[in-house]
Design a protein. Structure first.
Length: 246
């Protein structure tokens, strides 16, 4: 992708203050897009990411937003459009992850995962849709290999991501032809957490590419959907080094 492939475009990345969301925001900024990020409990991280986005010579905005709330989502989308004057890209990245044996899963845990991971992308996409239709924009959802392959100790998480994959395809049909909707489904992504070192090594050994993914791998896949052929829509792309084949 060229350095200016998104010049003149404006992007909104939910949960963009840290981890994978941060990597996505920075890659879009490096491609020339103005980037707004949302955060909920990561104000300090958001401030740092904001400075990093700005260092690419584009406009940057950080907005506190709870993607579970219609009012909060509406305010965040409006803030981005007010500052940038347009919206071309929406990256639904905000999500929560939790490991619980399925037989011990509570209703509150089930509902909390779905509220963020599935309802959140629906709410943000619905609010952003008029602006994206106006610009001929694109939506990229961040799913998971867990939404493709069943993870028994993450049943509610896997189910929420599988629902997001289906929502991606439903939105692709509903929002066409003005807006494309695709999904990136990461496998094991190594974010340098020392507490996960043993698991990271185990998953790397099971992966055909003999390594775990990086946040940059996911960000580059998002960039493909953001800049690639407009004829590509409704796709769920596993970014897992082949782990899902095992």
């Amino acid at each position: 992708m060229t350095a200016n492939s998104l010049s003149g475009k404006a992007a909104l990345v939910t949960g963009g203050a840290r981890r994978i969301g941060r990597a996505i925001a920075l890659v879009l900024a490096q491609a020339g897009a103005d980037v707004a990020i949302t955060y909920l409990n990561s104000k300090t991280d958001a401030s740092q990411t904001l400075n990093e986005i700005s260092s690419s010579g584009v406009r940057a905005l950080a907005v506190e937003c709870d993607v579970r709330s219609e009012e909060s989502v509406r305010a965040a989308v409006q803030a981005a459009v007010s500052v940038f004057g347009r919206l071309d890209l929406l990256i639904n990245n905000a999500a929560v992850f939790e490991s619980v044996p399925l037989a011990e899963l509570t209703l509150a845990q089930w509902d909390a995962i779905f509220a963020t991971n599935t309802r959140g992308p629906f709410l943000v996409s619905r609010e952003a849709l008029p602006h994206l239709r106006k610009s001929g924009g694109r939506i990229v959802n961040i799913g998971s290999l867990g939404g493709i392959r069943p993870w028994p100790t993450h049943g509610h998480y896997s189910s929420s991501k599988a629902a997001l994959h289906m929502l991606t395809q439903a939105m692709a049909r509903a929002f066409a032809p003005q807006v494309t909707v695709n999904c990136v489904a990461p496998g094991w992504i190594d974010l340098g957490d020392e507490n996960e070192a043993a698991s990271a090594a185990r998953f790397a050994g099971r992966t055909p590419m003999q390594r775990n993914g990086t946040a940059e791998d996911v960000a580059q896949a998002v960039l493909f959907f953001a800049t690639g052929p407009i004829f590509v829509t409704g796709q769920v792309l596993a970014v897992d080094g082949g782990l899902g084949l095992s």
